[in-house]
Each structure stands twice: as C-alpha cells, then as structure tokens.
Design a protein around this ligand. Structure first.
Ligand code: SAM
Length: 363
C-alpha cells in the first residue's frame, strides 16, 4: 500500500494536511470510510495504520492531534525511504529545520515541540517536491561545503563532498609557500572552492571565473556572505578567455604578472553516455552546462590543459577534479604539456580517481 500516494492525492484535493475537518462533513466522512476499507484490503502495516489515523484519518485535526517534530521526522523519513530519496533521514532533518528556522541539532532537543499549520503547509510543499526528486539543497537554497554554509540555486551546481579533497590539497600546497599567493578558481559555480580556500588560507588573492553569469551571481552572494569581497574577484568568460594575460590579472591582482601560483578547477566532466544515466535529481535539476563535457567527458579538461602553461608561474601547481574513469587520460594529457614535473592522480575515499595535481617545473 502506498500511504504516501494516498496522502499526496488527498492533499491535492484539499490543499491541507489537516483532514480532520472532513469529520464534520457527512458526505466526506463516507468517502473516508470507503478509503479506509480500501486501505484494509491491502497489506497494512501497524505503522502505516498509525500514520493513517494520525495524518489522514477522518478524526484528525490539529487541535486534537498536534504534529510534533519527532512525529514529522519519522513520517517524512519513511516517506522519503519509500520514494527512494537519498539520505532520507538527513533530507527530512534539513527540510524540517529549514521550515522551523532551527538548527538540525535543535530538532532533537525539542522533539515534542508542536508545529503550527502554516509551517505544516510549507513543509508539505517541500516534502512533496523532494519526493519528486527536486534536490533538497535547491529547496532550502542552502548547502554546506567544507564546513561553510553556502547559498545555491538551480543556476549553479550543488557542491559535492568529493570536491572538498581538491580544496584540502589546494590549502596544503599554499601552506608550503611563502608570500602572497595568487590563485585562480576556474569554473567556480557557486564559488565554493574559492570561498573555502580564502577562508582557510589568509595570504591569497583569488580570481574565480565561470562562463555562466547566473552562477556568478550566486558566487557573488557567497563571497559577500563570507566577507571575502576584497580577496576574491569574479570574472565571466569561457575558461582563460575570462582574463586577458598581462591585463586583467595584473589589474585585479597586482604583482601577478608572471601568472598564478595555483590554478584549481572542478570543470564539467560527465560523458554523453554517463549523462543519459544520471539520477533524475541531477539530470532534471542541475545545470547541464555544469555537468556535460562532450562525448568522453574530457572536452573542458582538454581545453584547460592545452592553455594552462601560460598562466602558471614556475613552481606553481594545477589541481583538477576528474571523473572516476578519467585518471589515465588526464595523466597522459598533462605529460604531453612537457612543463610539469610531478603529476599525480589521487583517489577519493571511495577509491575512485578524483584529483589530478601537476607541479610546474621551476625554470
Ligand atoms: C562541475 S561545476 C563546478 C562548480 C563548482 N566549482 C563546484 O565545485 O561545485 C562546473 C562549472 O563550470 C562552468 N563552466 C562550464 N563550462 C565552462 C567554460 N567553458 N568556461 C568557464 N566555466 C565553465 C559551469 O557553469 C559550472 O558552474
């Protein structure tokens, strides 16, 4: 039996979760009795039976039956589990804490707190949309990356935890160096990499670029939110075309005339075949421009690696996020440049190729 389907359908009719109001209406009461008998004809679990009576049963109304945080968390988690939504408990916590304007931890310290009807209505809308695979981060407009809270909208890709490894390597590299460092974050999206580096390494000025103006608007908000506007500049354009060598870089970052100390980039790298198989919550909602990179998924990497040498100082580093099948091909491309001394492909914690790092020779 699909209780969630039943709730959704009923909600569509009533635009309300508080179906107890039906109890006052005879015609609707008999409708509930028919629905109940249908429910009994199916294999009703105890839990579903409970949910029926608390959430959608004919006698339910908010005055008699208050929805507490605990009940909602359990119900939404079960609903998302049935719908096959990723991390159902976490998604339930995020949506609930967004609607109640509480921290996730506070949900657990106020388990018995009752939720008012306005909050229930808002929550219901979000739960329904999440149930149709809309990413929770887009629903709340927020995500966490490298322990920083960032704004996101469907104009930018949602930062992935795997990308934190790229940030970690970038910060480690910068800490080995002396003096002010000039960093470029190509394909910045919501600005997550640039913001995380700037927050964790003070002596760096960063230029972050993207071809999408809409994504850069989100990046600008995140830079503002973390008070980094004096250290991160945004440029719009196709990869290195975003800045003209010896012109924009020098203007934006004085003393950077010999190029950057570090270029980091998480470019699009999904191949044509992979794109077709992407989960609905990615394929239908995240910008294709942020994901797709030609037949083999290497179009953008190829273009970066072809041109990058001119933009790096001697001893500088290039760090790229890569797809799990791309390590070998990327290593070959980097070797062909001829000016990189150390080229490494690193796996993420799931043992997938994830990061390519290359250090330019000193001369
Ligand atoms: C995989 S997303 C990465 C976003 C962000 N850096 C992150 O790690 O979450 C790739 C980004 O590259 C941008 N992009 C795609 N093609 C580009 C190009 N030719 N030049 C510059 N940016 C590009 C997209 O708009 C998108 O924001």
């Amino acid at each position: 039996m699909n209780v969630s389907y039943y709730i959704t359908k009923d909600y569509e009719n009533k635009s309300n979760w508080t179906l107890g109001k039906r109890g006052k209406n005879k015609a609707k009461q008999s409708q509930s009795v028919v629905s109940l008998s249908i429910l009994f004809q199916t294999q009703l679990t105890l839990c579903e039976f409970f949910l029926f009576f608390t959430f959608i049963g004919p006698g339910y109304n908010l005055a008699m039956q208050s929805w507490t945080i605990q009940k909602l968390l359990n119900w939404i988690t079960e609903h998302f589990t049935k719908k096959g939504i990723d991390s159902p408990r976490l998604s339930a916590e995020i949506l609930l804490s967004c609607v109640l304007a509480m921290k996730r931890i506070e949900l657990y310290t106020q388990f018995d707190k009752a939720i008012d009807k306005q909050q229930l209505d808002r929550l219901h809308e979000l739960v329904e949309r999440a149930g149709r695979n809309e990413p929770v981060a887009y629903l709340t407009g927020k995500t966490e990356f490298y322990s920083l809270q960032l704004d996101v909208t469907p104009d930018c890709m949602i930062p992935r935890p795997e990308t934190e490894l790229l940030v970690e390597r970038a910060i480690e590299f910068l800490r080995t160096r002396t003096g002010k460092q000039f960093v470029c974050d190509l394909c910045t999206g919501c600005g997550c990499i640039a913001v995380a580096i700037a927050k964790n390494f003070n002596n760096a000025d960063i230029i972050a670029t993207d071809i999408s103006e809409a994504a850069l608007n989100i990046a600008a908000k995140n830079i503002e939110k973390h008070q980094l506007a004096d250290r991160i500049k945004l440029l719009c354009g196709d990869l290195f075309d975003a800045f003209v060598p010896q012109l924009d870089i020098v203007k934006l970052v004085p003393d950077s005339d010999r190029g950057f100390d570090l270029i980091v980039c998480n470019p699009p790298y999904v191949s044509a075949a992979e794109f077709e198989k992407l989960d609905k919550n990615i394929k239908d909602y995240e910008p294709k421009l942020a994901l797709f990179a030609g037949a083999d998924g290497l179009d953008v990497h190829r273009r970066i690696i072809e041109k990058v040498d001119a933009f790096l100082k001697p001893d500088a580093a290039l760090m790229l996020e890569i797809g799990f099948t791309q390590g070998h091909a990327i290593k070959e491309m980097l070797e062909q440049v001829g000016s990189f001394a150390e080229i490494k492909i690193e796996k993420d914690k799931n043992k997938n190729d994830r990061i390519a790092t290359a250090k330019k020779t000193s001369s």
